[in-house]
Structure formats: structure tokens, C-alpha cells
Write a protein that binds this ligand. Structure first.
Ligand code: BLA
Length: 298
């Protein structure tokens, strides 16, 4: 399958990523259609050359597994694939986001930690210590993408792949391989996950997931493209009832209660993505997963 000189040629499809991942999931558990599926199954963009595909499921241990792909003929391709466990488990959130234009692919692939791994060393040890080889496997082909919205870092794990690539067939293959490696790891963690019985811990997990959903529902970089494709109202519904479903039911705290630094006059949320600005020119974790911040830059 040649892309005909690279670029967004035939054979380039994030739908395949989602399809294979869902097939994989079915080897581990029984997927049921998620209630959000009905409303968004037939979502239709304003532009004729664009196809959107929205799928959502739940399963034992999995509160929400959902996938959104957007394909614009010879132009933009988007993948947003995520898996959230039930709050009885403290599993990381599987997160695969790719935005590909003819110029470049912007990628985040991670097992987003439910708890900040710098503050919660026990959580880092539980889930990431054994996974560090994964990042070494891909650090050359999928190098750190450079400065990033600083606030995003607390939602990333030491094995995050944050990268900006030329959208060639070869890079796409590497991305596919990394996506499947990371997803298989998540499925294994899911298999092994043991239900938390302490109500206090379950509540803590639920709130941590709600905080994550609240962040992404408000600040996700994909929002403006979604608005353009389906209009402001439908984009808001898609974000709150599909992509980050749970944001209106898992907790009652508001964005500003979690992230007060975004408060501005009149109690409204500052529209800026970042209050601190961008930072972290290079990977801010060492080979053991210890946070080193911008230290690597010298
Ligand atoms: C850019 N997307 C980005 C960037 C990141 C992410 C880090 C670089 C800009 C920045 O530093 O903010 C992704 N950020 C994430 C993710 C998390 C996070 C996954 O904090 C999780 C915690 N991207 C999508 C989808 C679309 C999309 C679905 O995932 C479109 C529908 C678009 N992302 C998109 C675009 C850019 C981008 C257009 C470049 C423009 C910009 O930076 O705003």
C-alpha cells in the first residue's frame, strides 16, 4: 500500500485504528452499545466531502469506550479514541488523539493517569513503572513534539507520546503500531483490575475522572474544528454527551472549582487554553518516569 509519495494517500484511515481496537476489545470483554450511541450514530457534518463516525460502548469495568473519526477527502483526518473505566477501578484513561492535515499530524497517545503521577508516586509505581520500556521503543520514531500547553502535563503520564509528524505512510504505520501497543496494554490492565470496595476510594476515583472530563470538555483543542463542521450547538452536545460523557453526571463541581486559575471577572471562564503558557521543549520525564520538568533543556 503506497501513499503515492506519502501524504494523505489511499490506505490512510483512522477508521481502521478504531475498528481493529474494537475487535481487540471483543477478545477481552463483551461490549454493549452505550446510551450515547443512539443520538450520535448518524451525526452529519455540514460539508459533503467529510465523513464522521461516532461509536460508543460500555462493558463490565468499562464505563465508556468511544471513538470519533473524521475524514475529509484529501484533507483533514481526525481520531479521538478513549476508554474510561467504572469508578470502582482506578485504571488510567486510554487516550488516542490524532489530528492530521496535509502539513502534519499532531498526536497524543497515552494512558492518561487518573492521578497526577508527580504528586502520587504510588499511582506511578502501580501503573507506569513496568511500562517505561514502551516509551523507549517509540522515542526515536515518535519524538517529543516540543512545547505544549503547560496545564496539559498533569493529565499526561510518563509514557505519553506527544508528537508532531509529517503525514507520510511510514509515519502512519509507526503510529498504528504504537496505538495498538498502548491499547493492548490498557486492555491487559483492564483484565487485571480489581474492584475497589472502599466507598471513599470509589468516590475519589469518580471525582478524578470527573475533573479530567471537565478539563477536556472545556479546553479540548478539537472544539473549534468540531464547531466548524457541525455548528456550535451540535459541537457542544457532542463534547458533553459523547466525547466526554459523564461530565454532567459523575460530579457536580464546575470547571472553575477544579481550575480556579481560569476565573475572570463576572465568574466566567477565561477562553484561553493556557494561563501559564506553553513549556516543556523536551520530554519532562527521565527514563524511570521521574518528572524532571524543563531540566533537560539546560
Ligand atoms: C493541537 N491537540 C493539540 C495539541 C495538544 C492536543 C497537546 C497541541 C497544542 C497544545 O499544546 O495545546 C491534544 N491536549 C491534547 C490531548 C489532551 C490535551 C489529547 O491536554 C488530553 C488531556 N485534536 C483532537 C481532535 C481534533 C483536534 C478530536 O484530538 C479536532 C476535531 C484538533 N488539535 C487539533 C488542532 C490542533 C491540535 C486543530 C492545532 C491547533 C491548536 O493548537 O489549537
Amino acid at each position: 500500500m503506497s501513499g503515492g509519495g506519502g501524504g494523505l494517500g489511499a490506505g490512510f484511515s483512522y477508521q481502521k485504528f478504531a475498528h481493529v481496537a474494537l475487535e481487540r476489545t471483543r477478545l477481552h470483554t463483551a461490549l454493549a452499545s452505550h446510551p450515547s450511541q443512539e443520538k450520535f450514530k448518524f451525526i452529519k457534518p455540514n460539508e459533503d466531502n467529510t465523513v464522521m463516525n461516532a461509536l460508543s460502548f460500555s462493558a463490565p469495568k468499562i464505563r465508556l469506550l468511544r471513538s470519533l473519526t473524521i475524514e475529509q477527502k484529501n484533507s483533514v483526518q481526525v481520531l479521538d479514541f478513549a476508554a474510561f473505566s467504572e469508578p470502582e477501578y482506578d485504571l488510567p484513561i486510554f487516550c488516542a488523539n490524532a489530528f492530521t492535515s496535509p502539513a502534519r499530524s499532531i498526536v497524543v497517545l497515552d494512558l492518561n493517569p487518573l492521578y497526577d503521577t508527580t504528586e502520587h508516586e504510588d499511582y506511578r509505581g502501580k501503573y507506569y513503572r513496568n511500562l517505561m520500556p514502551l516509551i523507549h521503543k517509540y522515542s526515536e520514531l515518535l519524538p517529543w513534539g516540543g512545547k505544549i500547553t503547560s496545564e496539559s502535563l498533569r493529565f499526561f503520564s510518563p509514557i505519553v507520546i506527544w508528537t508532531i509528524l509529517e503525514p507520510t505512510e511510514a509515519n502512519h504505520q509507526v503510529l498504528y503500531s504504537a496505538f495498538m501497543d498502548y491499547y493492548k496494554v490498557w486492555l491487559e490492565l483492564m483484565d487485571e483490575a480489581v474492584q475497589e470496595t472502599s466507598l471513599e476510594k470509589v468516590d475519589r476515583n469518580r471525582e478524578a475522572q470527573h475533573k479530567y472530563l471537565t478539563w477536556r470538555a472545556e479546553k479540548d483543542p478539537g472544539y473549534s474544528l468540531l464547531k466548524k463542521l457541525i455548528g456550535e450547538c451540535a459541537a457542544k452536545d457532542l463534547v458533553r454527551e459523547f466525547l466526554f460523557e459523564g461530565v454532567d453526571s459523575l460530579g457536580t463541581k464546575s470547571f472553575l472549582e477544579y481550575f480556579p486559575e481560569y476565573a475572570q471577572g463576572g465568574g466566567t471562564v477565561n477562553k484561553k487554553r493556557s494561563m501559564i503558557g506553553k513549556s516543556f521543549e523536551s520530554r519532562p520525564w527521565d527514563a524511570r518516569g521521574q518528572f524532571i520538568g524543563d531540566a533537560g533543556d539546560g
